[in-house]
Design a binder for this molecule. Sequence first.
Ligand code: FES
Length: 95
Amino acid sequence: MPLISFKKNRTPLSVEPGANLMKALLDGGLPVASSCGGDGVCAKCKIQILEGEQNLSPANETEKFLKESKGIPAGQRISCQCEVLGDITVDTTYW
Ligand code: FES
């Protein structure tokens, strides 16, 4: 089972392989910024990936478009658009 770990002092979350990152964080009780509810429109759900980016699904067309049009830097992923395939460590500015 993939583990989502955090930079700050939180217990890691164990998730099903292929779990949607945003949903996994919400299910784990963490807030995730959003104004589109995961429809791939707002890009507010961006999450900093500190370790294990290779353990996330590759960016789909929606994520590629959002990252380019909103200027999302490398190292951040649109959490509602990616799946957790292995261990990762994540952070946001508001946790
Ligand atoms: S929640 Fe809006 S793009 Fe992810």
